[in-house]
Write a protein of this length. Structure first.
Length: 195
């Protein structure tokens, strides 16, 4: 059997060109949407410019746990479809804000999973590469106590692993064993294994 040549992995320069091309395509696709959107790890905000003569009662906005519809009554929806992940409807809102020559529809979505980036607002829309999101968009102080503690522990454990040091769970086990040894000096721990 003849060996097949494996394709060479792209060089750093080729990878940067591919990334730049993918980013340009992503920006072009996103710019064609009738709305703009941003997100943090826990929330997503969407804005759409609408004519200045439109009032709140002229809008048809429906938010459900798994989907959205936002339209000016009698017109094609600005956005309609299923979310990639569920939202908390009671904590999600929409407002209509007046500007000089137009108005802006603002929709705020509260994600159920506060540990997940969305690749798109609705599943029918073009996606973004979530692996390229810089987490500095949200700071640890924005997170609730439980989530913040979990993220801090994950970051600490990652740093420890990178340095070849024990994770927080391994440190706890070692500390428990050390205390037990102090309380029971008569026992032989020379063959004790930590798992």
């Amino acid at each position: 059997m003849a060996e097949q040549a494996r394709p060479a992995s792209p060089s750093q320069e080729e990878r940067e060109k591919l990334d730049a091309a993918a980013k340009a395509k992503e920006l072009e696709e996103q710019s064609k949407l009738p709305y703009k959107w941003t997100q943090t790890i826990g929330e997503l905000d969407l804005t759409a410019v609408i004519p200045a003569n439109i009032k709140g009662k002229d809008l048809d906005v429906k938010l459900t746990r798994n989907g959205i519809k936002a339209a000016i009554k009698g017109q094609e929806p600005i956005i309609e479809g299923d979310f990639p992940h569920p939202i908390r409807v009671d904590d999600s809102t929409w407002t209509l804000e007046s500007g000089a020559s137009s108005k802006e529809l603002n929709i705020h979505l509260d994600k159920v999973n506060k540990m997940e980036w969305w690749a798109h607002v609705v599943t029918s829309a073009p996606t973004i590469d979530t692996s390229k999101i810089s987490p500095e968009n949200s700071s640890l102080s924005d997170l609730d106590g439980e989530t913040r503690g979990m993220v801090e522990k994950m970051m600490y454990d990652q740093r420890q692993k990178e340095q070849g040091k024990p994770t927080s769970d391994e440190e706890k086990k070692q500390e428990m064993l050390r205390k037990f040894q102090q309380q029971h000096p008569e026992m032989d721990f020379s063959n004790a294994k930590m798992s």
